[in-house]
Design a protein around this ligand. Structure first.
Ligand SMILES: Cc1cc2nc3c(=O)[nH]c(=O)nc-3n(C[C@H](O)[C@H](O)[C@H](O)COP(=O)(O)OP(=O)(O)OC[C@H]3O[C@@H](n4cnc5c(N)ncnc54)[C@H](O)[C@@H]3O)c2cc1C
Length: 381
């Protein structure tokens, strides 16, 4: 049983504690799902989470708009990640893919949220391109205004939910100014003529991922999310909300690794005594527990600060994401070590966590990029 004493911290309100307990029960009864067909598993997870009401946290209610509850998002991602990484992924994409619509969408665009919150439509966030991952301002994809339409041409890659999403939040160059000041965001339905899946991508912890091709994709001007030329700012505002939730997912993986290790060290006998009796093993456990608590403090500090109404939490979210993902990598590595041969056996829990954690240090701003952000923020302060 994972340590839940952090829920007593002053960052939380009683409804957060109730959410954590209810979701824990749901996860025990519903997760993990069968992963043999990843696309089907994700669709099933979204439908299940929609029916259970968990996806109502992923986007605003268009009929009763209130700010997203970032602490709730973090609790949900941490809990899901502890039970099933794919469930966390499926939940996260419903939020990231619709984040721009929640924050800046028109009433018509927000109609989609009824479906994504109910688990009846899947969403995706399409920012990265072959030439511009970290270097977003270098984006090639173009959106050219023609009468009442925009025409989109270019390629997006590494798009989570690519191939199974019903709608894409797509960033493209509209050219109001050079670099980052000439980008805009668009809502593009998956069935828009000219939008195709160029390639499905496989990674070490399988989840749906694709390269998308846009060839003369014509969409109405009403598909523009926010103002023309404001796409970069908009994407950063979305990441400002969701970046600390990546830290929360890492925290969930780390807590699971610690739980598995605590179980192992008490039940595995070595040299006539439980593994835990070896002081070097106790040292590993102490380091893991310390990393988990320190990561949780940073994640929930960022989430609480955003929920208090801070316009931006760039520094807090960058610190939370950097620290929680980097330390989770180390916690999981120690868990693999403690498990010996079983730690690298295909299909074991810690082997799965070892593969699952790695990409979190790369996407939504690589660890190195977070360091640049934190250093600049420190200088500014
Ligand atoms: C599993 C997975 C899922 C993803 N899902 C999505 C998605 O849904 N939507 C989407 O748009 N994108 C997605 N991405 C793309 C992801 O955001 C990019 O991979 C990431 O931004 C890095 O870009 P890149 O791969 O082009 O690497 P590059 O930009 O080439 O960077 C390579 C490395 O250079 C280093 N680096 C970069 N910038 C700096 C710097 N300023 N200072 C120091 N070092 C630096 C970092 O170590 C970085 O990892 C996903 C990626 C993965 C792996």
């Amino acid at each position: 049983m994972a340590d839940t004493t952090f829920l007593n911290w002053p960052f939380f309100e009683d409804h957060h504690r109730a959410l954590a307990a209810d979701l824990e029960d749901w996860c025990k009864n519903n997760l993990p799902v069968d992963h043999s067909d990843i696309d089907e598993a994700c669709k099933q997870l979204v439908a299940k989470m929609g029916a259970a009401g968990w996806l109502t946290y992923s986007a605003i209610d268009p009929d009763d708009p209130k700010p997203l509850d970032v602490r709730a998002l973090c609790i949900i991602r941490e809990t899901l990640a502890r039970h099933d990484g794919l469930a966390d992924f499926a939940f996260a994409m419903q939020g990231l893919g619709t984040g721009a619509i929640s924050l800046f969408g028109t009433k018509d665009q927000q109609e989609w949220l009824h479906k994504t919150r109910a688990g009846e439509a899947l969403s995706a966030f399409a920012l990265s391109e072959p030439r511009s991952g970290s270097d977003v301002a270098n984006m090639d994809m173009s959106a050219v205004r023609e009468g009442d339409d925009y025409i989109l041409n270019g390629e997006k890659t590494w798009i989570s939910n690519g191939g199974i999403a019903d709608l894409y939040c797509v960033f493209a160059r509209t050219g109001e100014a050079p670099g980052a000041r000439g980008l805009s965001a668009f809502l593009v339905p998956a069935d828009a003529p000219g939008l195709t899946i160029a390639e499905r991508l496989e990674v070490i912890a399988p989840h749906p991922l694709a390269t998308l091709s846009f060839k003369d994709v014509r969409i109405p001007v009403s598909s523009l999310i926010g103002e023309p030329g404001q796409g970069f700012k908009l994407s950063m505002s979305v990441l400002d909300v969701f970046r600390s939730t990546v830290g929360a997912a890492a925290l969930g993986f780390a807590r699971r690794a610690l739980d598995e290790s605590l179980d192992r060290v008490q039940n595995r006998e070595l040299f006539g005594a439980p593994l835990f009796d070896l002081q070097m093993v106790q040292g590993h456990i102490a380091d893991m527990a310390l990393d988990v608590d320190a990561a949780a403090l940073l994640v929930y500090r960022a989430a609480w600060t955003k929920d208090q109404g801070a316009a931006r939490v760039t520094r807090e979210a960058a610190m939370a994401k950097l620290y929680a993902t980097d330390r989770a990598q180390d916690v999981i590595d120690k868990a693999v070590q403690i498990h010996g041969g079983d730690g690298v056996r295909k299909g074991s829990v810690v082997e799965g966590l070892y593969r699952e954690i790695r990409a979190l240090r790369i996407y939504e701003g690589a660890s190195d990029v977070q360091k640049v952000v934190i250093a600049r923020q420190a200088l500014g302060a």
